[in-house]
Design a protein around this ligand. Structure first.
Ligand code: SF4
Length: 104
């Protein structure tokens, strides 16, 4: 197996599971639907996504990411987006989204 930095095969950047009963789980995806980040790696970190807040049954405030397509819109684009934001992860402070526009 080649290290990902030297291989020209970029298949690891995404896939679409059209057999999933929830597919397509987010509306507004224009490119290939990437299922690789179904559980977004940024859920516990600051991110530019348009999340809302909700309080779970244990009283914890969590992100509601229903309206976010960033981890799903295009194999290459979503891969690059996640890698960029994981380079210097900042723990999410539990506050509402305040970013205006997308800084992806
Ligand atoms: S808002 Fe989008 S980028 Fe942020 S954690 Fe949720 S799914 Fe990930």
């Amino acid at each position: 197996m080649e290290p990902k930095d030297t291989t020209v095969n970029e298949a690891y950047k995404g896939f679409t599971n059209t057999a999933c009963p929830f597919y397509p789980c987010h509306k507004g995806v224009k490119r290939e639907f990437n299922c690789l980040f179904c559980y977004c790696p940024l859920i516990a970190y600051a991110c530019p996504g348009p999340y809302k807040l909700y309080t779970d049954r244990n009283g914890l405030v969590r992100k509601d990411c229903s309206g976010c397509t960033l981890p799903h819109d295009g194999y290459h684009a979503s891969w690059n987006f996640i890698q960029k934001w994981l380079k210097r992860p900042v723990p999410w402070d539990g506050q509402p989204q305040t970013r205006r526009g997308r800084d992806t």
